[in-house]
Design a protein around this ligand. Structure first.
Ligand SMILES: Cc1cc2nc3c(=O)[nH]c(=O)nc-3n(C[C@H](O)[C@H](O)[C@H](O)COP(=O)(O)O)c2cc1C
Length: 379
């Protein structure tokens, strides 16, 4: 079973991910992992912290001569801004954070909760996802995340190929798919920041090259839609997840939701195995299994909770009403969130690949993948 855990505080010494069950024989390149880490630090609207950190992964265990051994892989991203021992507690919990609830639950400090609840931890979730992408790449599976909405503003993708869209996303200051919208988005974020307020948005991730049959209908906790929703929802500040049409499906009659099935023999050797669907409203998943179509998943991120013009709160010492505490913070982190969601989706897909095709070595996975495609094409 492929899985991972993370450890580390926002201003602690370091951040760690321990990836267990990663197959042997995958050549690991740190550069693409560092590229993702850099993207996570970017995007218009971030605060001062990102100027201090230059995140780089250190693959500490589980790799020999650049190739995975099948043993646990420890990934480390060191915090430059280590100052936890010198940091003071907050007195006035920030609405929208775990400050109040965590301090009560653990009978402890707000600082002790916020340091771990902070999205800084996602640096190593991204590293784990970027590692997983190197396994997916060996099966020609690609994962692509971008921003489709910021606050009330939509960014509609321009009409272009997937490769071109990727270039556009990497050029965009907000990681959207229409460069013509960048300037307006910058102004919107700047204006919101000036007003002491913050913004959220919507992210879309698509996964291409998926074979039929990842995940299963057979048991609730192995359904891939449920597992993806948990992984994405567990990203800080994500408050909604949709697959395919998502909530829109509830508003339409069935004839305008479900994707008809056709057969085209000439496409037998593609991921669809020739079973063509003119639409992909299911977002690539039916009954918790991949159906040969690209996976499409969206996530809604709430606005940042730390406001420069703070909301009402309580001083937990005096119980007097005061404004919430303010810590250095982002105005809009939707672009960074798109990188995080992209990478947690990648990890979940790699988990499903290992489950379906066996987890010991890449060679075995590839052989079984190929055999399965051959057998499945006869169904
Ligand atoms: C990429 C990213 C950056 C974030 N940056 C901040 C920030 O600078 N300030 C802040 O108050 N919250 C920030 N958050 C949100 C909080 O981490 C999150 O709202 C908080 O931990 C409470 O968890 P919940 O929103 O999942 O309930 C960020 C979230 C993400 C995904």
């Amino acid at each position: 079973m492929l899985r991972y855990f993370t450890a580390g505080e926002s201003h602690g010494k370091t951040l760690l991910a321990l990836v267990d069950g990663f197959p042997a024989g995958v050549t690991i390149d740190e550069e693409p992992i560092n590229f993702e880490l850099k993207r996570r630090q970017g995007g218009y609207g971030r605060g001062g912290r990102q100027r201090i950190e230059t995140d780089k992964v250190d693959v500490r265990t589980g790799v020999w001569h650049g190739v995975t051994l099948g043993s646990p892989i420890a990934l480390e991203v060191v915090n430059r801004d280590y100052k936890l021992e010198r940091m003071e507690d907050l007195e006035r919990p920030r609405p929208g954070h775990g400050d109040l609830t965590g301090a009560v639950k653990y009978l402890g400090s707000i600082r002790g909760v916020l340091e771990r609840a902070s999205a800084r931890e996602t640096a190593v979730r991204v590293a784990a996802g970027a590692l997983a992408k190197q396994l997916l790449a060996a099966l020609d599976i690609t994962v692509f995340g971008y921003v489709t909405e910021i606050g009330k503003e939509k960014i509609k993708p321009v009409d272009a190929s997937l490769d071109e869209l990727r270039k556009i996303r990497d050029e965009s200051v907000v990681y959207g798919l229409d460069l013509a919208r960048d300037e307006a988005m910058k102004q919107y974020i700047d204006q919101t920041g000036k007003e002491g307020d913050t913004l959220g948005g919507i992210i879309e991730v698509r996964v291409d090259g998926l074979p039929f049959g990842l995940g299963t209908h057979a048991q609730w906790d192995r359904k891939l839609d449920g597992r993806l929703a948990q992984a994405v929802m567990a990203v800080q500040a994500i408050k909604g997840v949709e697959i395919g049409l998502g909530f829109e499906a509830a508003r339409r009659p069935g004839s305008q939701v479900h994707d008809p099935i056709h057969y085209d023999e000439s496409k037998k050797n593609t991921p669809t195995l020739g079973y063509e669907r003119p639409t992909n409203n299911a977002g690539g998943l039916e009954a918790g299994m991949t159906n040969g179509q690209p996976l499409v998943i969206r996530a809604a991120k709430k606005p940042i909770s730390t406001l420069a013009k703070p909301l009402a709160s309580i001083n937990m010492e005096t119980k007097e009403e005061e404004s919430a505490s303010y810590e250095r913070s982002d105005v809009c982190a939707i672009s960074a969130a798109s990188v995080i969601v992209e990478n947690v989706v990648a990890f979940e897909m790699a988990t499903a690949v290992v489950e379906k095709f066996g987890g010991d070595s890449l060679e075995e996975i590839k052989a079984r993948h190929e055999l399965f495609l051959k057998m499945a094409a006869e169904r």
